[in-house]
Design a protein around this ligand. Sequence first.
Ligand SMILES: [Zn+2]
Length: 394
Amino acid sequence: MTFQDELEKLRRDIHREPEIGLDLPRTQEKVLAALDGLPLEVTTGERLTSVTAVLRGGKSGGKPGPSVLLRADMDALPIQERVPVDYRSTVDGAMHACGHDLHTAMLVGAARLLSERRDQLAGDVVFMFQPGEEGHEGAKLMIDEGVLDASGSRVVAAYGMHVFSAIVPSGWFVTKGGPILAAADTFNVTVKGRGGHGSTPHRALDPVQVGCEIVSQLQTYTTRAFDVFDPVVITVGQFHAGTADNIIPDEAFFQATLRAFSPETRARLKEGVVRLATGIAEAHGLRAECSFGIGYPVTVNDAGEAAFAGEVAAEVVGADRYLTMPRPATGSEDFSFVLDEVPGAFLVLGAHAKGADPATCPTNHSPETEFDDSVMADGSHVLAALAERRLLNV
Ligand SMILES: [Zn+2]
């Protein structure tokens, strides 16, 4: 079996049995089995089914050397797969629609490549296999459990890679310095009024009317308070209130996602929406209770690390398959928690289905998402080269 065949087999095994969230016991088993026999120090997570593996480089003489971290996320999504491939999901309502199965296999591949070249490694490599990227802060939990210091000292740099099933041509690597993905925060608002009869609104405090005013003013706020070149996006995705046409309810609830592309704007946005909601409610004699759900920071690539990662990708696969991204993408990532702690870079690898048009084919998170897993050997080689070469420049 070739290296690529082995990666494909592992990826497809994981694809058939997707698991969601922080608890991925079957996926963890597959990763542990795939790493078995390699000269790694392997530990598993306490609050999540993570796998951390440390490879000691031969050139550090057995002592902990400087270290570099490579990361893959492993979780799937609550989606019913509609792709007619023979390795499609066998789990009802779960699908690897974001390509984390490819990430996992590529990182196993990088661990194999670097284990073979261990003697030449000028330091240690930490392999971070992470559950719960899709809204569960898995990266943050692994940081809390010590992944950044797993080698005995803080990693000097960290790299992550994500496949796209559309937009980027298959086999191409792209990245950029600075913000590469948006911050995303969930904003919850409960407008508390006083219920009453629909015929006598003056005897009640109507939370529906005030909730609607807040929703529409949020859009005015985004266009008047923020630079269009450091944009924000607010989408109110749900709004619930009331039980009948002639009853004024006690309260109204809505939930929005806030997106921003710089940490400063994210902070100002979170402060501003609370001020706006509570201020509007108070102006009408009601109260707005505001809270935030789990939020992911802006994913910010270190400028030097992103340039280095781009050079390495171009050297490994050829300059004709590397491109510097002109602007960030609007998705978000919990690898941002890692990049908040240590310098590093996040790269995107194009992996759309063979014969598909990247401009129109289904994106990640679609039930029809299909990835070309023949890009995986290149992905593993780039990850391995990033660690190997970065350790030479510590
Ligand atoms: Zn993803």
